[in-house]
Design a protein around this ligand. Structure first.
Ligand code: 01A
Ligand code: MG
Length: 524
């Protein structure tokens, strides 16, 4: 079993002088041997600040050069990075720190963030900020020391915690997905069998996906470094810069949610001729539009693969030739799947032509161990040796499936999961609002667009959508979860048991957006 650090260290033994990582914000670029030096220098700094094997340390950072180094330095110490989406608000992050018993954090230089997290962390816990000191946070640049004091890398057990990634929960707060050390190498190896990624220094990838999610971390960063490629940091996603980077850096590999590829093809500098170095492009994490797939299929000179995965399982389904079949998937090399009756047991398998919930074999090395300090949620997702994905698939005769929806109310916007329960209580706390139901409707840019359907306390009380948008911006809910449109209604549709009919609401919202029906569709 190799740890993340081992995988990079082994690559450095093979090609010490090959270029490993290049920053986009400074002139920093490191060969593999320099990368190991840098990781170990920072690891000493962390160790001197009390970081020990098994400590869970939050990183709340965009996909920066320093984020890469600190993640690998934590792994050098067998400490456990808890990678928190930097788009969350400080209050939400503070709750994750307390719930997850995290004992340190590395953040961007932001005094308010530092002050809130300082309160949430235990007394004396390391709090470092990238980009300078910030309030109670120490300047990350000072966190380094003499490598000779580090000693050899500790050897963890297979089941020891390696990482915490976060995914949207159904009870308001994101769930921490605990990944054991045994998952790490298997979370990248499948990319060779499923997508034809080849080992070697010819690999050049663009780090434009968030490192705080499984695709950006395993599917781009670690994959590239473990296979002796060159990883180009893109500190903030920018489609114009991405098009130029592919052209000028000779990028041959991308793995992204479709929204990034969509943005690239819509950018003013897009030109298919810029894409000629691409060899392999993987898309996953959200539904891709047939139009986008047709376009890149025709205009990009590379292999395209559809990858289905989750933070909990990594890859489970794929399609080797998705153009023309945006929903189509087939079981992957690494994992057994079943499509079962919704609400059913693993042996209640649906027939060909029928829909059911996708469940995934949990007896593989890539699977998560639990949701951090959430035994209730773990017991719900992991049952009888299967992981219940919550995704609805339609089964075809040849064993392929079409991915067609969710069993629950989860919304997927721009590759982020957003659950209504994360947003509805806040909107309902507005004094003019009586009830809110949050839904997702199809959208060419975001995949699904978050829409709030609502009723007012007093039908004469007019609330402007812009006012609600400001109200949400000022709340503790992350900006990307905010509704992009509001539909004000007299009443929300309910069934006989008084349950809101979200499917019906989605239809109403789609029609309303098209200008049909009784209500206004107000975008903000
Ligand atoms: O009004 P404003 O100014 O607040 O609007 C801002 C943002 O709030 C808004 N925004 C969003 C989203 C979003 N996802 N949904 C809705 N709104 N993200 C940002 O857009 C305005 C501009 O803000 P920004 O920060 O400049 O936005 P960008 O940098 O352009 O970000 C958009 C991105 C699409 C790049 C960003 O959302 C992103 O990075 N998404 C990718 C998330 C991701 O990595 N998903 C993969 C999860 S791993 C689990 C999985 O599915 C899987 C799959 C396969 C796991 C394993 C495998 Cl094998
Ligand atoms: Mg209210």
């Amino acid at each position: 079993m190799q740890t993340c650090f081992d995988l990079v260290w082994l690559a450095a033994e093979r090609t010490p002088d090959h270029l490993a990582i290049v920053d986009d914000q400074s002139d920093r670029q490191l060969t593999y041997s320099q990368l190991i030096d840098e990781i170990e220098a920072v690891a000493v700094g962390l160790q001197q600040r009390g970081v020990k094997p098994g400590d869970r340390i939050a990183t709340v950072l965009p996909s920066l050069f320093d984020h890469v180094i600190v993640l690998l330095a934590l792994q050098r110490l067998i400490a456990v990075p808890a990678l928190i989406n930097f788009r969350l608000k400080p209050e939400e992050i503070a709750q994750l720190i307390e719930l997850g018993e995290l004992t340190g954090a590395v953040i961007l230089a932001n005094e308010n963030m530092a002050a809130v997290l300082k309160e949430a962390l235990p007394e004396g816990a390391p709090l470092l900020s990238v980009g300078g000191a910030a309030g109670p946070a120490e300047n990350y640049a000072q966190c380094r020391g003499d490598r000779s004091s580090l000693g050899t890398a500790p050897i963890p057990d297979r089941e020891d915690e390696a990482f915490i990634f976060y995914t949207s929960g159904t009870t308001g707060l994101p769930k921490g997905v605990v990944l054991a050390q045994k998952t790490v190498e298997h979370r990248i190896l499948w990319i060779s069998t499923q997508a034809g990624y080849r080992y070697g220094t010819h690999n050049v990838s663009l780090g434009f996906m968030p490192l705080s999610h499984a695709i950006g971390y395993f599917g781009v960063l670690l994959l590239t470094l473990a296979h002796n490629g060159t990883y180009h940091v893109m500190s903030a996603f920018n489609p114009v810069a991405a098009n130029d980077a592919v052209e000028n850096l000779g990028v041959n590999y991308l793995f992204a949610v479709p929204q990034l590829l969509f943005a690239m093809t819509k950018a003013p500098n897009y030109d298919p001729a810029k894409m000629k170095s691409l060899e392999l492009v993987l898309h996953g994490g959200a539904e891709i539009s047939g139009d986008l797939l047709d376009q890149i299929g025709a205009e990009w000179p590379c292999q395209i693969r559809h990858i289905y995965g989750t933070t909990e399982t990594m890859n489970s389904l794929y399609h080797p030739n998705p153009v023309g079949h945006p929903l189509r998937l087939r079981p992957g090399f690494y994992s057994r799947i079943r499509i079962i009756e919704v609400g059913g047991t693993p042996d209640q398998i649906v027939g060909v032509g029928q829909e059911g919930e996708l469940i995934i074999d949990a007896n593989v090395d890539t699977i998560f161990s639990s949701y951090l300090n959430r035994p209730d949620a773990t017991a719900e997702a992991l049952r009888d040796g299967w992981y219940y994905s919550g995704d609805v698939c339609l089964k075809h005769e040849n064993g392929d499936v079409d991915l067609i929806g969710r069993v629950d109310d989860m919304i997927r916007s721009g590759g982020e999961n957003i659950h209504p329960s994360e947003v509805e209580p806040t909107l309902e706390s507005h004094p003019a609002i009586k009830e809110v139901s949050l839904i997702g409707i199809p959208d060419p840019k975001w995949g699904e667009m978050v829409v709030a359907c609502l009723t007012a306390v007093d039908s004469d009380w007019v609330v402007e959508a812009a006012e609600l948008d400001t109200f949400m911006k000022e709340s503790t809910v992350a900006d990307f979860k905010r509704p992009k449109a509001y539909v004000f209604m007299n009443a929300l549709p309910r069934n006989a048991a008084n349950k809101i009919l979200r499917r019906e609401l989605r239809e109403i919202a789609v029609n309303t957006q098209a200008g049909d029906g009784d209500w206004d569709f107000v975008t903000v």
